[in-house]
Ligand binder design. Structure first.
Ligand SMILES: Cc1cc2nc3c(=O)[nH]c(=O)nc-3n(C[C@H](O)[C@H](O)[C@H](O)COP(=O)(O)OP(=O)(O)OC[C@H]3O[C@@H](n4cnc5c(N)ncnc54)[C@H](O)[C@@H]3O)c2cc1C
Length: 624
């Protein structure tokens, strides 16, 4: 094998996780090699041409606040933007954007290619190389090898990827790209607990074969344009780009459901051909029809894959029925009788590594210097992958530099919730983020992502001067405006009270007071008004959540000694001993979250830990 040099950090994969990982590691001054099969699929979107959505939008805002790329990329390449859940509380407001897929990948590739610290190796990686229990390098498809001090594997759906369309199946990571079989075996040989999951994608239709005006005039379709004044994802964007493209909404019919039921035996999901477990929250059409037989119709969205793309993504119609059945399903949908199917939908099964194999830094417990990020860890979604990639890139770079770990706690960010859920609970099905997964939703809003995380990004070295200056200006403006609201008064009924306390009333809105000139604030942008309104309106609830965080901090900081033997603790059930020995939580707080472990068991362990070894309290949360 010929050597091809040495890098501090090697990243396998240039998907959503790989791009953020390479960016972060290079920004932190490390030499990085990113290995991928072709530059044409950098940050590819094999499924939904969209970024964000409920809770996923929170992750994108947090990636941006730390200095990652995804928020900037979608602001530059989105074709329709919408702030979801605006009629509900600010904790669940979530930005979402349709993406121009080609522009998005090109933007991400350009950003990475512009960084001098990133080298590209357009080769499949076939093996990981270990030395004395630590990573030492990788082998490439041409039999050469590269040495590295940290390796981040972000291979998504490629490990033993297997595509299914009806009875046909073939090895592939996703449509048109080969599966990674050697690498899958090399990773399995390390001894990781692995599993098999599946996800699916709908057919693509030829955009020009659909009669939109006819569909609209017959009432088959309704049109969607997104928000007239889009809220950007990135704290660096004053506004998003100007391109806007319509989407169309239609519904399935009982006739379509009857057709699906008539062919359900030919669906790999229902005839035992697929063994991987699919994403419950992203059901295929087969699942919807079989699980909800009483539903008369299911919503479908026709989403152009870009400004000039010839393809329509049929959101909500993911299926793996035989291609000819899929075409009949499509042409039975209202308004699509003449639609042309360019590519059938498919299901893809793939290997993943149980994320309980990982530490909170996303480094594997078995091999020092080996990090895993993205769908390989059992998640589903571009945003979940990107968030993990950023954290893995930061920690791989810090490890090489001899710096301490960077860990986000559950009350710091949804990224902290994501990683803690993965490493503590593992994955029995593809994991996607929801706001309900956080017990601190009111603290983790999209409008305060920068207040929560940009200082940490600055301390890490990921946040540059331009972003920091902009953030400082926003923070000072926010504090001045809070002061103004506390010191200004307005007449409510018979009494005069501060604007700040008046905002707790459901009938008082800061935006309306500003429109009526009853209060004047500094130069507001984006979500500034909503941020101030939420801070005043929910001040009491936020204080309660912060008090809960302080109470939990004691358990979160009480470490369980490395190698602690649970079997030695009298009174613990076999199941608790087994689960804790498997997950190996690092704190009592994390032990409390291991499924099947009771507070009583943790109390017994706490006594044991205190009695047998006093260990200095660690500081979890954002690294200093
Ligand atoms: C068919 C399909 C349907 C999906 N449906 C949904 C959905 O409905 N909703 C949703 O949220 N998400 C869905 N996803 C998942 C979503 O695409 C992923 O969550 C996301 O892309 C994961 O990002 P990642 O960076 O982990 O991996 P990916 O984006 O898959 O990137 C993997 C990268 O690794 C590279 N690679 C793989 N093996 C090697 C190797 N041996 N050597 C070098 N490079 C290698 C690949 O070229 C690629 O660049 C779907 C994915 C597929 C394929």
């Amino acid at each position: 094998m010929s050597g091809r040099g040495e890098y501090d950090v090697v990243v396998i994969g240039a998907g959503h996780a790989g791009c953020e990982a390479a960016w972060a590691a290079a920004r932190l001054g490390r030499s990085v090699a990113i290995c991928t099969l072709t530059p044409d699929t950098v940050a590819a979107m094999p499924c939904n041409p969209a970024v964000g959505g409920t809770a996923k939008g929170h992750l994108v805002r947090e990636i941006d606040a730390l200095g990652g790329l995804m928020g900037l990329a979608i602001d530059a390449t989105g074709i329709q933007f919408k702030l979801l859940n605006r009629s509900r509380g600010p904790a669940v407001w979530s930005p979402r954007a349709q993406a121009d897929k080609a522009q998005y990948g090109a933007w991400m590739r350009k950003a990475l290619e512009a960084h001098p610290g990133i080298a590209w190796l357009l080769q499949p990686v076939t093996h990981v190389l270990l030395e004395n229990g630590a990573i030492s390098g990788v082998c490439l498809g041409d039999d050469s090898h590269i040495a590295c001090r940290a390796l981040i594997v972000t291979t998504g759906t490629f490990l033993n990827g297997l595509i299914h369309v009806g009875p046909e199946q073939h090895a592939a990571g996703r449509a048109g790209e080969p599966a990674s079989t050697h690498l899958a075996e090399s990773i399995r040989a390390i001894g990781f607990e692995m599993g098999r999951l599946k996800t699916g994608t709908p057919p693509r239709l030829r955009r020009s074969s659909i009669d939109y005006s006819g569909g609209l005039s017959r009432g088959d379709f309704t049109e969607e344009w997104g928000d007239a004044e889009p809220v950007p994802f990135s704290g660096m964007s004053d506004r998003v780009n100007d391109q806007r493209v319509a989407c169309y909404v239609l519904h399935t019919t009982p006739r379509v459901h009857t057709l699906v039921r008539a062919h359900i035996g030919e669906s790999p999901l229902y005839n035992g051909q697929i063994c991987g477990i699919g994403p419950r929250y992203c059901p295929s059409l087969e699942d919807k029809v079989m699980r909800f037989p009483d539903r008369e119709r299911h919503q479908i969205h026709l989403e152009p894959e870009g400004v000039d793309s010839p393809l329509i993504y049929v959101n909500g119609l993911s299926m793996s029925l035989p291609a000819e059945v899929q075409l009949r399903v499509v042409q039975q949908l209202p308004g699509l009788a003449d639609a042309e199917m360019v590519r059938p939908g498919y299901a893809v099964e793939y290997d993943f590594v149980q994320p309980t194999e990982l530490a909170a830094t996303l480094e594997t417990k078995r091999v020092a210097g080996l990090y895993l990020a993205g769908q390989i860890n059992g998640t589903s979604g571009y945003e979940e992958a990107a968030a993990q990639g950023l954290v893995a890139g930061i920690n791989a770079a810090r490890r090489v530099a001899g710096a301490g770990p960077f860990v986000l706690a559950r009350h710091d960010a949804y990224i902290g919730v994501l990683i803690d859920d993965l490493i503590t609970k593992g994955c029995l099905e593809p994991y996607r983020m929801f706001t309900s997964r956080s017990e601190h939703r009111l603290l983790l809003r999209i409008d305060n992502a920068d207040m929560r995380l940009t200082p940490a990004g600055r301390a890490l070295g990921l946040v540059g001067d331009d972003r920091w200056t902009r953030f400082e200006e926003r923070r000072l403006r926010y504090e001045r405006n809070c002061q103004t609201l506390r010191s200004s008064t307005i007449q409510i009924g018979g009494d005069r009270q501060s604007v700040w306390s008046a905002l707790r009333r459901p009938d008082v809105r800061l935006s309306s007071l500003m429109e009526r000139g009853q209060v004047a604030l500094d130069q507001m942008r984006g979500l500034d008004v909503e941020s101030l309104d939420a801070a005043a309106r929910f001040e009491g609830y936020i204080a309660r959540e912060e008090a809960m965080v302080l109470r939990n901090r004691r358990d979160e900081n009480r470490r369980i000694p490395e190698g602690f033997v649970y079997a030695g603790v009298p009174g613990l059930s076999h199941e608790v001993v087994h689960r804790l020995s498997h997950v190996r939580p690092v704190t009592l707080g994390q032990a409390l979250r291991v499924p099947g472990v009771t507070p009583a068991a943790v109390a017994v362990i706490a006594l044991h830990v205190a009695r047998h070894r006093s260990t200095p309290d660690s500081s979890s949360g954002i690294a200093s």
